[in-house]
Design a protein around this ligand. Structure first.
Ligand code: IPM
Ligand code: MG
Length: 369
């Protein structure tokens, strides 16, 4: 199969982790005889420094013309004092909008061998497997009007949280469709005791649920959800929520996975799917080979599963990650008392490729018998 992938390594640790994800995709191509091509483009702080804008036209055109986009991270402290629309993050929000993926899937799994890397007790988190479906293109991130005002006694600032029925409905359908492939439960998260947008959210999700009689729907306020997530994560299957709540809850849930560096995401439903690890640019460790590439590698697995429909290959990558962790390899973010040595970013990438090759070989020889 042929696939044309746009790479947007971005800032901080983005380039290092994307390099490892590409290695893994290339290994899949070699094993299966696929023709995957990659083109790199600028986004974020590096794009501001080189072109004056966080999302250059050439990047956007290339992304729109490709089959999938794999992005590293954006953000750099050197731009911290700039207005939101001038910052590296504006490039990320614009490309999300332009590609149109309104459903952001963020799976959170507790890999057994690293359950002890979480500050939460292993018996609480062992076996956790939650899929966040975060609405990505609406709500307070994009609502108008927004801005600052000097009217009145004291300067003020304002943002608008706005949702239409259509926006809620389309992302809810994705959540229910995903639940059908899993344990058939959707927890819809809102703040319907305070916000009108949440009341509309709840009504709309309840109506969509009628089309999915085999899926159980529950509603939870976001504050309660935040608590249940770390006290009883096993109660969750699919968590459906709006943009800002999803941003916050998915970072919280990373604690269950042992490290934010483990988490992957896919933004689907638009013209071109966008894949990115959930972690940010981590400028404090950038360029030192310390970053955990497993979130980026898992994002590559999601790309193969959703865009390329290479389900087996995606499963193999996830199995390879698990095998590497079972064998005791850790990047520094996952180190515990039992780990004497931590692997570098590229060392971890090499281990996953090696394990992936073994897994594929094993299957081929099995089929050959
Ligand atoms: C995320 C990030 C982004 C977001 C930032 C970098 C704009 O935190 O993907 O979770 O808020 O969506
Ligand atoms: Mg976030």
């Amino acid at each position: 199969m042929r696939l044309n992938i746009t790479l947007l390594p971005g800032d901080g640790i983005g380039p290092e982790v994307i390099e490892q994800a590409v290695r893994v995709i290339e290994a899949v191509a070699e094993i299966g005889g696929h023709d995957f091509s990659f083109r790199k483009h600028l986004i974020g702080g590096v794009a501001i420094n080189e072109t004056g804008t966080p999302l250059p036209r050439t990047t956007l055109d290339a992304a729109l013309a490709s089959d999938a986009v794999l992005l590293g991270a954006v953000g750099s402290p050197e731009f911290d004092s700039l207005a939101p629309n001038m910052r590296p993050e504006a490039g990320l929000l614009s490309i999300r909008q332009a590609l149109g993926g309104y459903a952001n899937l963020r799976p959170v799994k507790c890999y057994e061998p690293i359950a002890n890397c979480s500050p939460l007790r292993a018996e609480i988190i062992a076996g956790t497997d939650v899929l966040f479906v975060r609405e990505l293109l609406g709500g307070i991130y994009f609502g108008e009007p927004r801005g600052r005002s000097n009217e009145g006694d004291s300067p003020s600032a304002y943002n608008t949280m706005r949702y239409s029925v259509a926006e809620i409905e389309r992302v809810a359908r994705i959540a229910f469709d995903e639940a059908l492939k899993r344990r058939r439960k959707v927890t819809s998260v809102d703040k319907a005791n305070v916000l009108e947008t949440s009341q509309l959210w709840r009504e709309t999700v309840t109506r969509v649920a009628l089309d999915y009689p085999t899926v159980t729907l529950e509603h939870l306020y976001v504050d309660a959800c935040a608590m249940h997530l770390i006290t009883n994560p096993l109660r969750f299957d699919v968590v459906l929520t709006e943009n800002l709540f999803g941003d916050i809850l998915s970072d919280e849930a990373a604690v269950i996975a042992g490290s934010l560096g483990m988490l992957a995401s896919a933004s689907i439903g638009g013209a071109v799917d966008l894949y990115e690890p959930v972690h940010g640019s981590a400028p404090d460790i950038a360029g030192r080979g310390l970053a955990n590439p497993l979130g980026a590698i898992s994002s590559a697995a999601m790309l193969l599963r959703h865009t390329a429909k290479l389900e087996q290959e995606a499963d193999d990558i996830e199995e390879a990650i698990s095998a590497v962790l079972y064998a005791g390899h850790r990047t520094q973010d996952l180190k515990d008392e039992a780990t004497s040595h931590s692997s570098s970013t590229s060392g971890m990438g090499a281990l996953v490729v090696e394990s992936l090759t073994e897994i594929a070989d094993r299957r081929h020889s099995y089929h050959a018998v």
